[in-house]
Write a protein that binds this ligand. Structure first.
Ligand code: CUA
Length: 319
């Protein structure tokens, strides 16, 4: 780990994570430019303050001369900061424009943020939860929307971050330069499980990506339903709201609910069976269990039929 980096390296430093996108280098260079000048002026001002305090203390010299003007000095301390801020402005504007105008050949992925997970919908017609899979060295444009409140999409290694606001599309683009797996964070406080709104971006080589595309949309029929259900439970981060050990998180625990009778806030009751679970996944707002707030989003179009069957079988087992 390097304490200081003059950007000759793309590795992680004390200040910043690895540089894995085409503009990471540019963003970091500007950051270091501002950082080093700030350190320089900080030291200059602090040392200057102490020096002059010592130099002009009255016990040594008495009163100082009534000197109140120095044209050269005043021009210098006006022009130098002006030049520096102009450099920061034009440099920043150039990078800002680059980061905001996606190339025409960008691959597009639709992103939906909701409490408390990310879904990525591909043009090929399938949706991935909490995992964005992309090819390396190809511009990717994200068209983002929020289902509920304000979220913010952040990939530190790519140096990109964008608020995701309800009722409008937000754009973000980047080009990954290295195969690997990187973190996605939500950086806008969005409720109780905000800190668990985590995702991964998986950067694959072009050939691996094409291979992934072919298999991504196929439901693996060979996985036993229970295992598939458990996989879906983890992949879709169901655990942020539903525990499997009986503890109460945000929604009812899955442990021991199969075959019991649920009481709803509207006073009705219903047996937990296949249809009850199906309805809870597709139309979660229809029946709210007593003692809870109806915050669950619909998984209609996110989970496939076999995956819902898997979840049902998984819940049956959690006695
Ligand atoms: Cu979504 Cu914080």
């Amino acid at each position: 780990m390097w304490l200081f980096s003059l950007n000759s390296t793309t590795t992680k430093t004390l200040w910043l994570p690895e540089q894995v996108s085409t503009f990471a280098h540019e963003v970091d260079s500007l950051f270091y430019f501002i950082l080093y000048w700030s350190i320089f002026f900080f030291i200059l001002v602090v040392v200057g303050t102490f020096y002059f305090t010592w130099k002009y203390k009255s016990r040594r010299k008495g009163l100082t001369s009534p000197l109140d003007h120095n044209t050269a000095l005043e021009i210098a301390w006006t022009i130098i900061p002006l030049l520096l801020t102009m450099v920061v402005f034009f440099w920043g504007a150039k990078t800002y424009l680059k980061m905001n105008i996606a190339p025409y050949n960008s691959m597009e992925v639709n992103v939906k943020a909701q409490k408390w997970f990310w879904t990525f919908t591909y043009k090929e017609g399938f949706t991935n939860t909490n995992e964005l899979v992309i090819p390396v060295n190809k511009p990717v444009k994200l068209i983002m929307e929020s289902q509920d409140v304000l979220h913010s999409f952040y990939i530190p290694d790519f140096r990109v971050k964008m608020d995701v606001i309800p009722n409008r599309y937000m754009m973000l683009w980047f080009e990954a330069t290295k195969v690997g797996q990187y973190d996605i964070f939500c950086t806008e406080y969005c409720g109780k499980s905000h800190s668990e709104m985590l995702g991964k971006v998986k950067v694959l080589s072009q050939s691996d990506y094409e291979e992934w595309l072919v298999t991504a949309n196929v439901v693996d029929e060979s996985i036993p339903l229970v295992d598939l259900g458990k996989m879906i439970y983890n992949k879709n981060a169901c655990y942020t709201c539903h525990s499997i050990d009986g503890s109460t998180v945000i929604g009812p625990s899955f442990k021991g609910i199969w075959g019991t009778t649920m009481k709803h806030v509207d006073g009705t009751t219903e047996l937990v069976d296949e249809n009850y679970i199906l309805e809870s996944i597709i139309e979660p707002q229809k029946k709210i269990v007593e003692g809870y707030q109806g915050v669950m989003p619909s998984y209609k179009g996110i989970l496939r039929d076999r995956e819902i069957q898997g979840v049902i079988e998984y819940i049956k087992l959690l006695k």
